[in-house]
Design a protein around this ligand. Structure first.
Ligand SMILES: *Cc1c(COP(=O)(O)O)cnc(C)c1O
Length: 422
């Protein structure tokens, strides 16, 4: 067998499922995970020496490509000066200044170490600032694995959520209200019923965890208006979209400014960084300036800050429009090829992310995404991987491109799709 297989067997003995994050196990696509030895630019090399054109890109962070020389140089130089101080360093200030300048809704930011931490901290702040308990989230949207966000995506507008995982008490998600993505009327109804008890509406401005689903015309502005009217905070979870949709995030593209913003993935350039930020008057509630406690031993870690700064410096002058055009061309070409094989394909594409759903009708929310044929995606995934193209091991994820992907990569990807078995 392969080196990768042997490692997986060893891993399963000492790590639950053999992986440190569940989707990596590739269970949904009937494959084993590939252990990776190294990654440069648009490509990853497995421990068995095979090379893959990568469209997972670490689930989003690697917008500049893997191991970008300037990012790696900055991180190595920082590590050589000490990898953690437990005291402030200049790089934290620089990265926070860059984030405040880039993102319209952020006047002050707090660095954390993951998107999960960003979202759970923003939730605590929203509850503290409003003195309310309930939150609205959208079915299928992901905000990390904090208890309050793990409410099941029940059918229709559930008024009382049930936990989506064992280990989360019903009492914890009792305050989590669900609405279908893109359904403004459902959110309006929740505000009618729970008017004075909704602290915040959490939303991915472009949904990315049910596959890519753009917001309908007016959806985000409608949420903004509802929140303003009812005294709730609008929280954009831009962990995927921040610095990827555009340098200023989805909020700069759609012209809707949230009260709080969560960042992650790209902001660390492949190192563990998250951040949450917003209006100064809100952020001043965070300890030690205010009473809302939130802390982290490795928060603002100098190595991760250096990588984040190097990444944002490069992204600030990057040609986002060019990458979006190349990505759209690739996505539409792949959709055409797969459709010619007799599969219905819905192509959702925006900026440097896309999802091809093997679905019969437009995908606008979780319900319509779930109509996609998972078995067909699994077989597409396995064919593409065999041909050297690495897609996400789930049909409900985005394919991510990067500034490192070349026309040759795209041509090879199209070739692989031509030969794919569905
Ligand atoms: C990935 C993701 C998170 C969680 O980030 P982690 O760094 O994995 O904890 C939160 N929100 C969104 C929208 C994400 O895509």
């Amino acid at each position: 067998m392969t080196v990768s297989h042997d490692l997986f067997v060893r891993a399963k003995k000492v790590i639950p499922g053999g992986v440190n994050s569940p989707v990596r196990a590739c269970l949904g696509v009937g494959a084993e995970p590939l252990f990776i030895e190294s990654a440069f630019g648009s490509k990853m090399r497995s421990v068995d020496g095979r090379q893959y054109i990568d469209y997972v890109m670490s689930w989003g962070p690697m917008l500049l490509g893997h191991a970008h020389p300037e990012v790696i140089e900055a991180a190595c130089a920082a590590a050589a000066r000490g990898s953690s101080f437990g005291a402030p360093c200049e790089a934290e200030v620089v990265l926070a200044e860059m984030v405040c300048e880039a993102v319209p809704g952020i006047e002050m930011a707090r660095m954390v170490s993951s998107g999960t931490e960003a979202a759970m901290s923003a939730l605590r702040l929203a509850r503290a600032a409003t003195g309310r308990n309930r939150i609205v989230k959208f079915e299928g949207c992901y905000h990390g694995h904090a208890d309050a966000f793990l409410a099941s995506a029940g059918s229709g507008v559930a008024t009382l959520s049930i936990p989506g995982t064992p280990g989360v008490p019903e009492d914890t998600v009792r305050h989590t209200l669900l609405a279908p993505f893109n359904d403004l009327a459902a959110v309006g109804n929740l505000f009618e019923v729970y008017e004075k008890d909704i602290a915040a509406v959490f939303v991915e401005p472009v949904a990315g965890n049910i596959g890519l689903v753009p917001p309908a015309e007016g959806f985000l502005q409608g949420l903004r208006d509802l929140c303003t009217k009812h005294g709730a905070l609008l929280v954009f979870d831009e962990v995927i979209t921040g610095f990827r949709m555009a340098y200023g995030g989805a909020q700069s593209v759609f012209g809707v400014v949230p009260d709080l913003t969560c960042l992650g993935k790209i902001i660390g350039g492949g190192f563990p960084v998250g951040a949450y930020g917003g209006r100064r008057s809100l952020m001043e509630n965070i300890a030690p300036e205010g009473g809302v406690y939130q802390a982290g031993t490795l928060s603002g870690n100098p190595v991760a800050m250096a990588a984040g700064i190097a990444t944002l410096k490069l992204l600030a002058k990057a040609d986002y429009a060019g990458l979006a055009a190349r990505t759209e061309r690739l996505a539409r070409e792949l959709a055409r090829i797969l459709e010619a094989k007799g599969a219905p394909v819905v192509c959702n594409v925006m900026a440097s992310a896309f999802t091809l759903f093997f679905a019969p009708a437009p995908v606008t929310d979780y319900e319509t995404a779930k109509a996609a044929d998972s078995a067909r995606y699994a077989s597409y995934y396995r064919s593409m991987r065999e041909a050297g193209v690495m897609l996400a091991p789930s049909g409900f994820e985005c394919a991510f491109t990067s500034f490192a992907h070349t026309e040759e990569d795209y041509a090879a990807t199209v070739e692989a799709a031509r030969a794919a078995r569905l």
